[in-house]
Every structure is written in C-alpha cells, then in structure tokens.
Design a protein around this ligand. Structure first.
Ligand code: ZN
Length: 301
C-alpha cells in the first residue's frame, strides 16, 4: 500500500491520484526543506511545486472505506497553497495529524480551563487551519526574530525555547456563521473568526474597547479566559476558539496596565501580562500582525 522511502527519493516525478492525477517535481515541507523521512504509519503534510504554483499535500491513513481506498490505505488531499481553508483533523475518515498532536491540543485546551465558575466544556471537533500566504509571512517573521535574538534552546517557563520563542496561545472573538459545524468560511466582514482565518490578525480591527497593554493583538494560555471574549452570534450551540502560533521572542513582562503602548519597549518583541497586579490570568500581546498565525480551530460546548 502506498509509498516507500525509495520511491519518494529517487523518482524525480511523483504521481498523486485521487480524483485527479498530478505529477510533482519536488516534495518539500512547509519550511521548504526536502522531506527526508517517510513512514506510512504516520501523517505528513508537504508542499509540491506544479507549473509554478505551490500545492499542499496532506496525507492521511483511511480508517474506513473512502471511494476505492480501504481502511489502512494511504490517502491524500492536494490543494492550492494560497487558498485559506479548514481541514478536519480527526474524523471517522481521516486523521490529518498524529493522535499525539490531537491529544496535545485537547490537553492544552482542557488543562488551561481555569475559571472555577465555568463548566469544563467538551470538544466537538478540531480543525487545522491552512493558509499558505499567512504561513509564509509568519515563517519569515520568525526567522527574523530568531536572527535578532538568538533564542533557540534558551530557558523559558521551565522549558527550552524554540526558534523565535514560538508558543501556542488561544484567542476568542466574534463569530456570525456556523463554521464550527460546517468547516466552511463565510464572507461576512462581521465574522472575526473567518476574517482572521482568511486574512490574518489585523491590529486596527481589534476591539476598540479597553486595551490593557495598548494597540496590539491579545492572546492567552488560559482557554477559559479566551472563552470570555467569544461573541457567538451564529445561532449555533457550539463555540469556536482559535489556537494560534505566536512569536513571543524576547518578552517584556508587565503586571500593571500600560494602555498607551503601540509597540513593545526597545529590545523586545512582545509584552506578557503577569497575573497578580491588574490581571487575574496571563496574556501575551503582539504588536506585529505577522507574529501570529491562526493554526487550529477548536469547536466545543
Ligand atoms: Zn464566519
């Protein structure tokens, strides 16, 4: 069934087929590195260059019959790298990421639900957000921050930092459509969730209300705090929350309000709000739109 390391490496052309047949000249991952390891039991995503256009390829293992593919068959989806869309990462048909990754997202969401007065919710679905243009901009920004600060492997919150001190943080906002149920993006400009997935975070479209650390983009590691900011005008009983990759870089820590900020203090890339002073729960504020990438959409109630 499927693809071996040998074929992956040695064939200059690669044939994908599902409902169409395509020939790939080059297989790289999202960081533009040639994919070296390939095990059929796992799930990979990659990008192929076809006639000047980048296409993403998502591999999954069929867990039930899909068309001609029997359970255990390797199946794949190809789509234009520039087109924003959602992929259901776990369903009866496909597992688009590894079980461990799914569990770690679920665990991050549930274990950071800290508000005692709010019932712990149940996750209904998780989508992976694919938007090649945003990913490209984010990766460039991350490389720049790392080049300036040299953070990889330095200690942070009891762990070692990755390049750019990348973290996964939640963001709750308004939604007017049933994206959590359908997986389809709407065209309303009042739907902040869909606008963020399509166009990324925009500093001047954020909340005109009180902003504790000035004009920035606000995220939290506390899911129940981000839940407070959700305005669910969709008519759906399911809520949706974004889990984002954010480039924290060198963080400036603040425990008291500083509402006039337009950018982090000199030498810093972000502001972290520390609980204790004016804050009950943590937040991280980014002042550059390319520093935040919507990555997963968690659907729950
Ligand atoms: Zn929408």
């Amino acid at each position: 069934m499927g693809i071996s390391d040998e074929r992956w490496y040695k064939s200059g052309h690669y044939k994908f087929s599902r409902d169409k047949v395509l020939h790939a000249k080059r297989c790289v991952d999202l960081d533009n590195k040639v994919i070296k390891r390939f095990k059929i039991s796992k799930v990979y995503s990659g990008v192929i260059l076809l006639n000047g256009t980048y296409y993403n390829v998502i591999y999954g293992k069929a867990t039930s019959q899909i068309g001609e593919a029997r359970p255990g068959s390797l199946v794949w989806t190809i789509y234009n790298h520039s087109l924003p869309q959602l992929l259901l990462i776990k369903s009866k048909r496909f597992l688009f990421i590894t079980n461990e990754r799914y569990k770690s997202i679920e665990n991050q969401f549930l274990s950071s639900w800290k508000h005692q007065n709010k019932l712990i919710p149940q996750i209904f679905k998780i989508f992976k957000i694919k938007n090649g243009n945003l990913e490209d901009r984010y990766n460039i920004k991350r490389t720049l921050v790392e080049r300036n600060r040299n953070l990889a492997n330095k200690p942070f919150n009891g762990r070692r930092m990755t390049a750019g001190n990348e973290q996964k943080r939640f963001h709750g906002t308004s939604v007017v459509c049933k994206i959590g149920e359908t997986g389809k993006l709407c065209s309303s400009n009042k739907c902040a969730v869909c606008c963020i997935i399509k166009n990324g975070y925009k500093i001047f479209e954020t909340n005109k209300n009180f902003q504790r650390f000035g004009k920035g983009l606000y995220f939290s590691s506390t899911s129940s705090k981000s839940d407070d900011y959700i305005k669910n005008n969709s008519g759906s009983s399911y809520k949706v929350m974004l889990l984002n990759k954010v480039i924290v870089g060198n963080a400036y820590k603040l425990a008291t309000n500083c509402t006039g900020l337009l950018h982090p203090p000199q030498g810093y890339d972000s502001v972290i709000g520390i609980p204790g002073g004016n804050l009950n729960y943590d937040e991280v504020v980014l002042y550059h739109e390319d520093s935040c990438l919507p990555r997963y959409l968690i659907v729950y109630r």
